[in-house]
Design a protein around this ligand. Sequence first.
Ligand code: R5P
Length: 280
Amino acid sequence: MDSNINHNKVYIATFFCYTKMDWGLKNRLSRIFNPKSGKTVMLAVDHGYFQGPTTGLKDFKKAVEPLLPYADCLFITRGMLRNCVDANTDVPIFLRVSGGPSILGELSNEDITTSMKEAIRLNAVGVGLSIFVGEKNEDRTISNLGRLVNEAEEYGIPVLAITAVGKEMERDARYLSLACRIAAEMGAHMVKTYYCKEDFKQIVESCPVPIVIAGGKKIPEKEALQMAYDAINEGAAGVDMGRNIFQSDNPVGMIKAIRAIVHEKKSVDEAYKIYEKEKK
Ligand code: R5P
């Protein structure tokens, strides 16, 4: 276990130090990935961009504020950022910049919705966009990623490609590695995808940029911790987790427990104790 974790740390450090990166890009990445652990706990709260008032985020401010001290960065849309997050916050902001369809429409029909100028105005450390590999608009969304990277690199802003999120489909290693590798080939600096039980390591190994996992639908807390643990142990550079935190009966306990796994190498049982302690 330890050797894997050390390997990951070295891998992220190498990614930071030896790839030819502009200072601004490097600096922003170092605000996303904790320089000590080399990993990140991103709090995903962008769900409303196609789901509207998602369970757990209906009262957005009330749900998100207590979690902010434990998030390495906040993955959010510009509208919720402006309206519901105090501008005095020191939590780095990762901006979702794609959208279009609602949950009632064709999800793959996304385009870039938020400009680079806006991302800079909002002091974002990164911008995220979805690609839809194997779906109706795969070619357009993949081209959008390329265009976003072109623009973001002008300003030293990292791009997160989000793949396989949102649809009920077979998310096996073969599909996920196809999608993650395409994202990296297009120039994404990081990729968000799902964890899969079989061969997740292969996805990490065939993708040259850091992978963070989305949590997916709410599952029992211990199972979500186990998923985070397995993903980290198999090479993920962190999580960008939403529902399994803000829909938990104890969101603060849950994000603390996730942090313990991602940054402190705690076991699932140790992390679960952290979650339970906070509940009391
Ligand atoms: C999709 O709606 C978003 O990109 C979410 O940020 C992503 O799915 C992560 O959230 P969750 O852990 O709830 O899946």
